[in-house]
Design a protein around this ligand. Structure first.
Ligand SMILES: [Ca+2]
Length: 278
């Protein structure tokens, strides 16, 4: 607060002469008196409410306000952002602001294409000769559920329990609820490495793959030993052994549903040893 121009007022509203040196403010005081210190430069920064997609830009507005009777000379706005963020422009001049008025300046903050879910602090600093005021603005990034807009297929289907049920946004694990996908229950299907997959239809930066199991008590164990495979190339009709040997395929084996760290991959099928997924 004391690193910017400030005025000191007594209880009667009279200005008290003060001297500022870096972060120290000195002024004469009367015993028992009370004083009000009013910063003469107020800087705020804001971004639109909501979340930002990875790789998207959001406009940040910085408001420089001059209080009371103190004019603000021309200042410079600089922005610090986490690694990978692009700020445009990174610096810009702010025109002088006369007392009791304000000026808005705007910059764009672009999230990295590989940004993870979370909140990020971008700091805007307004600098004049002798003082700097810095304010953070928090931007939330939300990685979309790419699977939800992909094309789901599976090796066979039991009744109407199609592959698209696994990406319908409903993770109700009870088969009777009508949202669980299911491969056919024939011996041939079980022998043929039943699989479910989703084509994301473009290369995407994948953070996690969430696999939701059935919750019907007698069927939970069916999804007990399976692989999650990801690739930027189509899997085609290759069997599991072939896929595990392919250089473009990343594979992880699970004895129970969980999450797998991702990378830039196009396909993410699961190959359960037995059938049934949400
Ligand atoms: Ca579902």
């Amino acid at each position: 607060m004391f690193t910017r121009p400030a005025r000191v007022y007594d209880t009667n509203g009279r200005n008290v002469t003060a001297q500022r040196s870096k972060d120290t403010l000195k002024f004469p005081v009367c015993p028992g008196g009370s004083y009000r210190i009013v910063p003469q430069v107020v800087v705020t920064a804001s971004a639109p409410a909501g979340t930002v997609l990875p790789g998207a830009s959001v406009p940040v507005t910085v408001t420089v306000q001059a209080r009371d009777v103190t004019d603000i000379p021309g200042t410079e706005l600089t922005v610090k952002a986490p690694e990978g963020w692009e700020i445009s422009p990174a610096t810009q001049q702010v025109a002088p602001v006369v007392a009791q008025s304000k000026a808005d300046v705007t910059f764009d903050a672009k999230a990295p294409a590989n940004a993870k879910n979370g909140t990020y602090d971008v700091t805007a600093s307004v600098t004049a000769r002798g003082w700097t005021v810095s304010v953070p603005v928090t931007i939330a990034v939300e990685v979309p559920d790419y699977a939800a807009s992909g094309e789901a297929t599976q090796s066979s289907t039991l009744g109407d329990a199609g592959a698209d049920r696994a990406i319908d946004g409903d993770t109700n694990g009870a088969y009777s609820a009508g949202s669980v996908s299911h491969t056919a229950q024939s011996p041939e299907s079980a022998m043929n490495q039943p699989r479910w997959q989703v084509d994301l239809e473009a290369v995407k930066e994948i953070d996690t793959v969430n696999v939701w199991n059935r919750t019907d008590s007698r069927c939970v164990q069916r999804l007990s030993d399976f692989y999650v495979l990801v690739s930027e190339q189509p899997f085609g009709n290759d069997d599991l052994a072939t896929l595990l040997q392919r250089g473009d395929v990343t594979a992880q084996r699970f004895t129970a549903p969980g999450t797998v760290p991702g990378s830039q991959r196009r396909h993410s099928p699961t190959m359960p040893a037995t059938s049934g997924s949400n």
